[in-house]
Design a protein around this ligand. Structure first.
Ligand code: NAP
Length: 283
């Protein structure tokens, strides 16, 4: 068996194209151009690349690029002041604080300064609470992207057995909530899970978000299962994920590649959230 490859690049391009029209419609209707404020602190090369991609995609979708670059030596108070100012600025629909912050600075209190209706990364405590309660709000981008990818491939979620490997606030935990709301039966595995393979092998869908290169191999996957790889690792051989693509694609029914799987969806969901945030603010 050879798995169907779920092409995240293609799905994300379709969403971005659709969003372009929706943004143009919003501008025509309200006279307001939604704006995305990306906040980058310092000069971490990987973060610079991520932010540049987000800004480029935002501009291409017709959003205003309201980027702020703070010096790597900026204090927590200075970052907080920037976030408050962006919160008060009506031109700013969405605020994204690029993580990680330099010097291991605690990002939690700063993220919680983002107004929930401008929280396009969906990471504030308020957004997490709204998600947990199943109330409307801005959802985290990577988990939303995973669900959108599964939907694009028409992988059934209702009643499906899903194992998510990873329970982080960024990926695993919110993804579990999203899938429960889609009536999947969700197991969340983590570093203390005993016998991971026995858990994943009984699943219709396996989502790897552990941050461990090639953790998931052929022996972890039931034939025909859908395997979504959230992991990204730079290696001398190029980018790899948490899934051993070559062996797993022989047994899985669907699989996402790295690169070109979940990654492009994260940005597409960020753009979608920015338009949604503008709608929340301007009716
Ligand atoms: P994280 O905060 O480090 O969380 C990793 C999770 O995986 C933890 O819950 C951890 O368990 C669990 N884990 C670690 N080793 C494990 C093992 N051997 N077996 C089972 N579970 C294990 O990472 P994250 O922020 O969620 O990110 C996960 C991966 O996704 C990373 O590779 C990251 O680069 C990637 N990522 C990609 C995108 C994208 O756009 N494609 C976006 C975000 C993140 P404990 O809780 O017990 O420690």
């Amino acid at each position: 068996m050879s798995a169907i490859i779920i092409d995240g690049k293609q799905v994300a391009a379709g969403i971005r194209e659709q969003l372009k029209h929706e943004v143009a419609g919003f501008v025509a209707e309200t006279g307001i151009q939604p704006g995305l404020a990306t906040v980058l602190v310092g000069g971490d090369p990987a973060s610079e690349v991520y932010v540049a991609n987000k800004r480029r995609s935002a501009t291409a979708a017709g959003l205003a690029d309201l980027h702020v670059h703070l010096d790597g030596a900026a204090s927590s108070d200075e970052i907080a002041q920037t976030i408050r100012e962006l919160g008060e600025n009506p031109a700013v629909s969405g605020i994204l604080l690029q993580l990680p912050l330099p010097g291991g600075m605690d990002s939690g209190p700063l993220i919680d300064l983002i107004e929930p209706f401008k929280d396009v990364d969906g990471l504030t405590t308020t957004s997490a609470g709204l998600l947990a309660r199943g109330k409307p709000g801005l959802r985290p981008c990577t988990p939303s992207g995973v669900v959108a990818l599964l939907d694009s491939a028409e992988v059934p979620l209702e009643g499906a057995e899903v194992t998510i490997i990873g329970r982080s606030e960024l990926v695993g935990a919110p993804l579990a909530q999203l899938l429960i709301q889609r009536n999947a039966t969700v197991t969340v595995a983590h570093s203390r899970t005993r016998d991971l393979a026995s858990v994943t092998r009984r699943s219709d869908i396996v989502i790897a978000a552990a941050g461990v290169p090639r953790l998931i191999g052929e022996a972890h996957v039931r034939p025909g299962a859908a395997v979504i790889d959230v992991g990204i690792h730079r290696t001398p051989q190029g980018l790899v994920g948490d899934v051993d693509f070559e062996s797993v694609s022989r047994v899985a029914g669907w699989i996402t590649p790295v690169p070109g799987g979940v990654g492009p969806m994260t940005i597409a969901m960020l753009l979608r959230n920015t338009l949604l945030a503008a709608r929340l603010q301007h009716g």
